[in-house]
Design a protein around this ligand. Structure first.
Ligand code: GLA
Length: 384
């Protein structure tokens, strides 16, 4: 396949000004906590989305992709909720959001090469948004890639693109991961104040592997479910008289739950509160090199997401049950749920046996064959 700059030149009739890229992510723990002002612990994947781009001196965005048939030409001031629709919203939305935030951005010619698996719950959309945001920052001299505060501003614009233009009511974890994660580290992300810290995550030193299994179960039907979970959390916070459910972490849990009117709200709240606690427990266990404890916390997180938050599915449960039965330290669904991917913490020597066991379990259950691959914690959005 021709390289991205050559294809860009053939398409637009001039060379790009540069190529930028950003990673997908898996979240180690802290699921459905970001929109509750909570904690999360993502790593950047080695899988990245690249965009070749050049600045224009008008307000036109021309957007195309090596993987997608559809392309679009739209002016920044025409961008709005649902306009453009489809994948190009993630690109156009970023320029719109940067301008809304007061940055002087103009049009771009963009060609995307998306290498983060789509629909696998690995944040291909955030990777796309953040690669475009990095390009816009550099090409329009915003200087936002050079500091943590600048990267936070870019991540915020990317989240607005997703919420307000693409129409997905997601929290900010995925964009923060793509902007702040560093190689061989997990990112401890405090979603209330945006604070980040780097937690060493070098499994190789322990002879251990993080295995991602894409269940190939689509989570397209879940759009409304994600929003419904978010609404429940906002309702519970309101009833408890706090801004975010994060604000009740540390209070006696029984008293908090007793103050809620129904079982569903109690279970949603219990997930969020216990999950936030598990994030720092995993951080501590990683610092101590206690992988048994990390694995135990992974499983506790999965059970909470399955039983209290109700965002797992047959395929995710099957990966986790099989991995644990085969001797993994632990396993859990990662990302929004209802399909997508699971992660397992596995001894390097056991990876092949475990992957085969998962495939076998799916075949026996007559499910679409899953795809498993080992990942290492990788780097953030950058100019390539
Ligand atoms: C999706 C969203 C994130 C986060 C996770 C669940 O990935 O994009 O903002 O809410 O689900 O932790």
């Amino acid at each position: 396949m021709p390289r991205l700059p050559e294809t860009f030149a053939a398409l637009y009739g001039h060379a790009p000004d540069g190529v930028w890229s950003a990673p997908g992510r898996v979240n180690l723990i802290g699921e459905h906590t970001d929109y509750n002002g909570g904690l999360a612990l993502p790593i950047a994947l080695p899988h990245r989305t690249s965009c070749a781009a050049s600045a224009r001196d008008d307000d036109v965005l021309r957007i195309a992709s090596l993987q997608e048939e559809s392309s679009v030409e739209v002016r920044i001031d025409e961008v709005a909720a649902g306009q453009p629709s489809g994948w190009t919203a993630y690109v156009a939305g970023v320029l719109w959001a940067l301008r809304e935030a007061g940055y002087a951005v103009r049009g771009l010619d963009v060609l995307v090469d998306g290498r983060v698996p789509l629909g696998a719950g690995l944040s291909s959309s955030a990777a796309l948004e953040c690669s475009v945001a990095a390009a816009a920052s550099d090409l329009f001299g915003l200087g936002l890639m050079e500091s943590a505060e600048g990267r936070e501003a870019l991540a915020t614009a990317c989240q607005r693109a997703e919420n307000d233009v693409a129409g997905a009511p997601t929290g900010g974890m995925d964009q923060a991961a793509a902007m702040h994660c560093t190689p061989a580290h997990a990112l401890r992300l405090d979603c209330r104040d945006g604070a980040t810290s780097q937690v060493p995550f070098d499994l190789e030193a322990h002879g251990v592997v993080l295995l991602v299994t894409d269940t190939r179960a689509s989570h397209a039907l879940a759009d409304g479910q994600y929003g419904a979970r978010r609404d429940s959390c906002e309702k519970a916070a309101d009833l408890l008289g706090v801004e975010f459910l994060r604000d009740v972490v540390g209070r006696p849990l029984d008293e908090t739950l007793d103050a809620l009117p129904d079982d569903e709200l109690r279970r949603r709240t219990r997930h969020v509160v216990t999950e936030i606690d598990r994030v720092d427990a995993v951080v501590d266990a990683l610092r101590d090199g206690d992988l048994d404890e990390v694995g135990r916390l992974f499983v506790a997180s999965h059970e909470s997401l399955r039983d209290d938050y109700e965002v797992s599915c047959t395929e995710l449960d099957l990966v986790v049950d099989t991995a644990v039965a085969q001797g993994a330290f632990g396993a859990r669904m990662t990302g929004g749920g209802f399909g997508g991917s699971a992660i397992s913490l596995v001894r390097a020597d056991d990876v092949d046996r475990l992957s085969s066991a998962i495939e076998e379990a799916f075949a026996q259950a007559r499910l679409t064959a899953p795809v498993s691959f080992a990942v290492t914690a990788s780097g953030p959005a950058q100019r390539d």
